[in-house]
Write a protein that binds this ligand. Sequence first.
Ligand SMILES: C[S@@+](CC[C@H](N)C(=O)[O-])C[C@H]1O[C@@H](n2cnc3c(N)ncnc32)[C@H](O)[C@@H]1O
Length: 293
Amino acid sequence: MSTTQTSSFGSSGRIGHNSEKFYNTRLYQNMNIKISNDKIENKIKDENLNQIFAHSCENMHELPDSSVHLVITSPPYNVSKDYDENLSLKEYMELLKIVFNECFRVLVDGGRACINIANVGRKPYIPLTFYVYQIMFEIGFLSRGEIIWDKGASSGVSLAWGSFKSASNPVLRDVHEYILVFSKNDFKRDKNKKNDSISKENFMSYTKSIWQFSTASAKKIGHPAPFPVELPNRLIELYSFENDIVLDPFMGSGTTAISAYNLKRNFVGYEINEEYIKIAQNRLNDAKNSLFI
Ligand SMILES: C[S@@+](CC[C@H](N)C(=O)[O-])C[C@H]1O[C@@H](n2cnc3c(N)ncnc32)[C@H](O)[C@@H]1O
């Protein structure tokens, strides 16, 4: 029995909230949301599990359809980092569409995809998040929401003010990135005798849409743009069960793999740069030996 209803004034109650009235409004008309929840789950061959494959994630032929539970990734930003190709916006989005299509294919129904991305430039500002949303909707993903990662003091705030202390052309300096969260074909996953690993405190904290933690040191890790292990840690605990399979198509220095290992999940990943694969493998070995990561 629901305890609150959508009212003209909104509602602060959420547990047991009856939102039927809201979802029956014309806002949701023609959304054509197809919820399917077949229980098909294909098995990844044992020898392909907990591996980083040294080729482009445009073709994830090692992974059968409906075999992965969670995707966590930070795609190349195409902003002239060491690993970036100088792609046009159109070419860049075409690459991401191929990869995210593959992610859709390999995810089980109810499986989630979490895309960490920042918007770029100022003249003009390119909202990559907007283009990624377009691609994800074209593919058929359902959006679950977005997390603002507040990098705070660690973000190395730009000193490009535009016009300092003047309305002539003040420039916004981003101290945040985004994590866009999607589901394939169903919002819900069946627990199916699987174990959650999240504590009550972390659940209360991670379900809030703004996350605050520091960036990782590129120099220390030896990769130009690693995300901190805190990022996959939170997503894995919130969106997956123990023993699930977590895919990072752009594995870089292996942060997602380390987090999956530490949290008793399996991982699979792709990375085209052999040097980064070596770094990832070393970091994973350190994690297995419980050394500093
Ligand atoms: C933003 S970084 C990911 C960093 C990673 N999250 C970490 O913590 O180290 C993107 C990575 O994608 C890799 N990459 C670029 N194009 C790729 C492709 N087509 N297939 C697989 N990996 C690719 C780059 O070499 C780079 O390491």
